[in-house]
Design a protein around this ligand. Structure first.
Ligand SMILES: CC(C)(COP(=O)(O)OP(=O)(O)OC[C@H]1O[C@@H](n2cnc3c(N)ncnc32)[C@H](O)[C@@H]1OP(=O)(O)O)[C@@H](O)C(=O)NCCC(=O)NCCS
Length: 178
């Protein structure tokens, strides 16, 4: 567990109760379905319990690390994940995040990306972090750019969300010391 200094605690997802995760997921259902391709199960208590078990396995395997930022009352207000990208000859991960919509515009997106960078480079020793952002997601673009991510190009029809293919921008940040 880590205190970010702004009264938020960062914990691994499996340290949070499924009911609390479900609350965050249902409240932010719209953002989940606009930006990611989660199955219907994700929005149920059963799905959250499965997600917790899977996140223990995935982090033990060094494949996928999901974190939550908790407020003082223990509620989840941000979820972010670092997913190892496959390949023997590189050491990269992909960063995704979602901030509770009731807390948008308060700088949390930027702060949490900063925190994710620290975890990825210092704790997990990744060399490169990528972010794939839907091309019309101005808030995410600002958050990544203001944390030093550089635009590397457009990925045509890269993600399938809501029955449609969408283009994304590929952003990346490299740890020149690691
Ligand atoms: C993208 C997201 C994480 C941003 O979180 P946030 O806490 O609202 O972001 P911040 O408050 O740190 O704002 C970051 C910047 O974006 C700007 N911004 C916020 N909403 C914006 C919008 N709709 N259009 C343009 N700029 C916007 C802010 O003004 C701020 O700019 P500044 O640095 O010039 O002040 C949040 O909107 C979210 O969770 N969206 C749904 C999931 C998602 O899109 N994830 C990203 C893909 S992985």
């Amino acid at each position: 567990m880590r205190d970010t200094g702004n009264q938020l605690k960062i914990v691994l997802l499996y340290e949070v109760k499924a009911e609390i995760l479900l609350d965050f997921t249902l409240v932010n259902r719209f953002a989940f379905s606009q930006n990611f391709n989660f199955k219907e199960d994700h929005f149920t208590l059963y799905g959250q319990k499965q997600g917790i078990i899977q996140s223990i396995i995935d982090s033990q395997r060094g494949f996928y690390y999901t974190y939550c930022a908790l407020d003082k009352s223990g509620k989840v207000i941000v979820v972010f994940a670092l997913k190892r990208l496959e390949g023997y000859d590189h050491n990269s991960c992909e960063l995704t995040l979602i901030v509770d919509y009731r807390h948008h515009g308060k700088g949390l997106g930027k702060t949490m990306i900063q925190e994710a960078i620290r975890i990825a480079f210092e704790d997990l020793k990744f060399h490169r972090i990528e972010g794939s952002i839907l091309i019309d997601n101005q808030a995410a673009i600002k958050c990544f750019e203001s944390n030093g991510f550089v635009l590397e190009g457009k990925q045509k029809e890269h993600v399938f969300i809501n029955e449609k293919w969408h283009d994304t921008f590929l952003y990346a940040l490299v740890n020149s010391n690691g």
